[in-house]
Design a protein around this ligand. Structure first.
Ligand SMILES: [Zn+2]
Length: 420
């Protein structure tokens, strides 16, 4: 029988840390039960002050009250958080996958585990206060109150502050598990981050991704293998490539870049095309959600209402709509950044293939469908030229990460790729 961590593909380090934490948490519970101390710190280790500061949990022992799971979309942040929640509720303290604690948590029906999934609207301050209040109650199952916040990057500022208060003075048996793309201040406030332990998830290896596509999504093994390799281990991207012809078309356009770079003009054209394609892809991914969210908020606010109090309600509504627009704008920016980054990763894969071929390294190409072209590049450029081009792509990613304007970074990269 697979345990609760089985679906967390290719995250060995994170799984080791989470298992250790679950064991430490179980030890804290056992110590509490043995000492029969009704309230306050139960552990004999450390000073009373240390215990008070950590609410009775010793962080050095592997367990703490607040966690952030970070990683690119598709790396399994919420899968990891749910598995950890199950391990905390597991009667064996291991996440065995068989006991009632594991079962109900994985099935979403454990009384002491709350999964907060912001559907449509972001998590507002009212919801967060209610959540924090309930999370402070004694766990009915005698173990932990666990609150999982998926997309913690979508907390409003006020909701973030309400959460921060709870994390700063955590009730002794409450654990918060947050999921966010990164610990960048755009995603999670610096003060919340400073109170949490971070579990970084990486992109799983291609073989593990292919296995999941076949097992869970019923995709044919050869398609799954191609998609997993082409997506360089990114689960969601691999699934899209396997299923969505538009995603395959966009990828092909990116991989056509190397043979299009015939001069300075062509390099600038290629830069424009890449930027615009990323914008179009991002638009397609967020427009539908934007429209649905706005409609949901307008309905919730009773837009167009009349009568007593309607004027005041509409003033409040305008503020909420403005906040929604602000969040949607920042989400659009991130979607563009993500789409451009995916294109750059595809391009880097191409030059990596050229490099490994020039070195005659015994590794499989990332892009099997452009392997011949990468091979031609390997002959023309040699290993050194392929490496310079790969470095130009990676430098472009790093520049954008460091907030260089994407168009400028991409133009510089295209020129470097053309000149070699
Ligand atoms: Zn169990």
């Amino acid at each position: 029988m697979p345990d609760v961590f089985a679906d967390l593909v290719g995250q060995d380090e994170a799984v080791v840390e989470l298992r250790r934490a679950a064991a430490a948490a179980a030890a804290v519970l056992r110590a509490g039960a043995a000492a029969l101390v009704p309230a306050g710190p139960a552990s004999g280790n450390g000073s009373a002050a240390d215990d008070a500061a950590t609410g009775g949990l010793d962080p050095a022992a592997g367990m703490t009250h607040a966690w952030i799971f970070t990683g690119p979309p598709g790396s399994g942040r919420s899968v990891a958080a749910r598995a950890f929640a199950a391990a905390l509720q597991c009667v064996h303290g291991t996440g065995c996958g068989e006991c009632p604690g594991c079962h109900t948590t994985m099935g979403g029906s454990h009384a002491d585990v709350r999964m907060v999934v912001p559907e449509g609207l972001s998590i507002g301050v009212g919801e967060m206060r209610a959540l924090v209040l309930r999370a402070a109650s004694t766990p009915s199952g005698g173990r932990w109150q666990v609150v999982v916040i998926e997309d913690a990057d979508r907390l409003t500022e006020a909701a973030g502050n309400a959460l921060l208060k709870a994390i700063e003075e955590p009730p002794p048996r409450t654990v918060f598990l947050l999921c966010a793309p990164s610990t960048h201040p755009d995603d999670i406030s610096v003060t919340i981050r400073s109170r949490c332990r971070v579990v970084p998830l990486r992109q799983p290896p291609a073989a593990a991704v292919a296995e999941v596509l076949v097992r869970r999504d019923g995709i044919a093994p050869d398609v799954a293998q191609w998609a997993a390799a082409a997506a360089q281990g990114h689960v969601g991207r691999a699934r899209r490539l396997a299923r969505d012809p538009e995603a395959r078309k966009r990828r092909e356009a990116v991989l056509a870049v190397p043979r299009r770079l015939t001069g300075v003009g062509a390099a600038f054209d290629a830069a424009s095309a890449l930027i615009e394609a990323a914008e179009a892809e991002a638009d397609a991914s967020v427009t539908e959600a934007d429209t649905t969210e706005r409609a949901a908020l307008e309905t919730a606010l009773g837009a167009g209402g009349t009568g007593r109090g309607a004027a005041g309600a509409m003033r409040g509504a305008a503020g909420q709509l403005k906040e929604l627009e602000k969040r949607q704008k920042s989400r659009a920016t991130r979607a563009q950044r993500d789409a451009l980054d995916r294109a750059l990763v595809d391009l880097a894969g191409f030059y990596r293939d050229s490099l490994t071929m020039a070195l005659r390294a015994p590794v499989a190409p990332v892009h099997t469908d452009t392997a011949a072209l990468a091979g031609a590049g390997a002959q023309k450029w040699d290993a050194e030229g392929a490496l310079r081009r790969l470095e130009a792509v990676l430098a472009c990613r790093a520049a954008i990460e460091a907030n260089v304007k994407p168009r400028i970074a991409v133009e510089a990269m295209m020129l470097a790729l053309w000149k070699g």
